[in-house]
Design a protein around this ligand. Sequence first.
Ligand code: TYM
Length: 338
Amino acid sequence: MEETVKKKVMLSGIQPSGDLTLGSYLGAIKNWKERAEEFDCYYFMADLHSITVRQVPADLRRRTMEQLAQYIACGLDPEKNTLFVQSHVPAHTQLGWVLDCFTMFGELSRMTQFKDKSQKNAENINAGLFTYPALMAADILLYQPDYVPVGGDQKQHVELCRDVAERFNGVYGDVFKIPEPYIPKVGARIMSLTTPTSKMSKSDHDQNGCVYLMEKPEDIARKFKKAVTDSDTERCVRYAPEEKPGVANLMSIYSACTGKTFDEIEREFDGLGYGAFKPAVGEAVIETLRPIREEAQRLMKDKAYLESVYRDGAQKAERIANRTLRKVYKKVGFVARF
Ligand code: TYM
């Protein structure tokens, strides 16, 4: 008898609140595509999360479509991966509410992303921004994934999700699988090229610090040539994140793009200094992003295809998500409608 081996499940999402950056690619998407054959994968555009910060509606819509094109261009085959828009699957908000009631005020208050974002948006510290991690827990737990591939900055949210799931399971039995964060060894925290002590972020106002997936090669080259290194006199390419955060960041980017180890990189640029190193990192990034940019541009012209992908994706996602939601509703004591 033929045995069907059930694949392990991977799930993740990105907010379409800005254009995708080299940080989101190296921290998350690169891992998604490398594991796409091995796992049963669910990837979505986290539009519900985006409105915790005020968005221009037309931009949000455009970026959601672009993000889908970029997911596919990064190597996620829609035939093999479930790609969908978060707001198309109502179970996310429905489970989100239930999990709001299982997430503690103290836990949410400790989230670094909440603290950062409320500092940056002091005029709009809304309840959604605060309860965001409970919705993220719902995003995850609906699909019972084994792994959640994210960059280092999202680890705290995945850990909270595990705590909430364990709390719920503690009351109602084994409803949720407890997921593991899946974080890359190199590239988990890509820093700004101009301020290497802060994270490269799609909402960063300093355009020179951030490299975008769709950026033109000449702009990428210019940004890397101008990247802040360090004011040490040694001027040698050596991995020392505390002493030389700028160089360490560029080494991480180069390593993630080429697969070379830090030792190999140090040897390659031994005696050559930053003048040779910075353009080489730029080139490696340009070559990594070139096929993605070209394919995403081609896909963006095919709106009908993108629509068919997100429609099919929502249908597949909804089937799985509703199964978990029904179980949760029953466990907490809601009367079934039929
Ligand atoms: P978001 O949209 O801020 O970022 C998307 C993904 O990219 C990673 N990332 C980075 N990794 C390394 N270096 C960087 N500079 C960098 N910038 C971003 C992030 O860690 C993330 O993996 N809350 C999530 C979205 C989300 C989600 C989910 C993720 C909503 N629901 C469920 C996983 C599962 C967020 O804001 O990511």
